[in-house]
Write a protein that binds this ligand. Structure first.
Ligand SMILES: [Mg+2]
Length: 243
């Protein structure tokens, strides 16, 4: 394995417990819009499954953030008994959803531990995310993680991961060659696999509750990198990969 000298992080569900924040927002939507007694865990699973791939279309530059969320809100309502949301109704829905979503932003407890360990090793790091740059800066600040500089968002080039250009730009903004950089993220295909395919030295899959564990057969959970990929269960294991 080449020597890793810097680390790029995904933000949502890697450093920040975004799943928990979505759960909080969806629970509020359920009260005002959906069938009574709907299971909140089912709501968050449905939301994250994104049945029509609307968020991924957004990261390919094919759909605005508002368009994808409007479509997903209506998908949710079809599934769980809510009314159809036209533009005006969606505007009101989203104001409430966004308010509760932001209220739920909190860090994963292992994030600060991992950053402390990288600081102690003198390893620089930064954020590369499939959400907007300024929005992620706000989110990181609310989570007490503003020491992670946001380097590239989905709005930087108009496309997101796994497009190799966003990985390569983030490495150059960090001041390192891709082969010297590890990328850490929770979505196996767009994060560690996308990073490795973009030429980064190591793709680290952090397995979070409800992770999109597609195509990970054969990636052992023993913390040993193979073929440029490694799977960890906690960010506390990250520094050990770099020693
Ligand atoms: Mg993520």
């Amino acid at each position: 394995m080449p020597e890793i000298r810097a680390v790029l992080f995904d933000v949502d569900d890697t450093l920040v417990d975004t799943r928990g924040a979505f759960r909080h927002a969806l629970a509020s939507v359920a009260v005002d819009y959906l069938d009574s007694g709907v299971d909140h865990e089912e709501l968050v699973r449905f939301w994250r499954d994104d049945r029509h791939g609307s968020y991924r279309a957004h990261t390919r530059g094919e759909m605005s953030h508002r368009e994808q969320r409007h479509l997903r809100a209506n998908d949710l309502h079809v599934e769980f008994g809510g009314p159809h949301l036209d533009d005006d109704a969606y505007q009101r829905w989203d104001e409430a959803f966004e308010r509760y979503f932001r209220e739920g932003w909190a860090p994963h407890p292992d994030a600060a531990v991992a950053l402390d360990a990288l600081d102690a090793l003198g390893v620089p790091y930064g954020g590369l995310s499939n959400a907007d740059h300024a929005y992620q800066e706000l989110k990181l600040a609310q989570c007490g993680l503003s020491r992670v500089p946001m380097l590239v968002g989905v709005d930087t080039l108009g496309v997101g991961k796994p497009d190799p250009r966003v990985f390569q730009l983030a490495c150059s903004r960090l001041g390192f060659e891709p082969a010297e950089v590890a990328y850490v993220g929770d979505e196996f295909d767009v994060d560690p696999l996308g990073a490795r395919d973009a030429g980064l030295g190591l793709g680290v899959w952090i397995e979070r509750p409800g992770s999109h564990a597609r195509d990970v057969e054969g990636l052992a959970g023993d913390g040993v990198p193979r073929d440029g990929l490694v799977r960890i269960g906690s960010l506390e294991q990250l520094a050990d990969l770099l020693r």
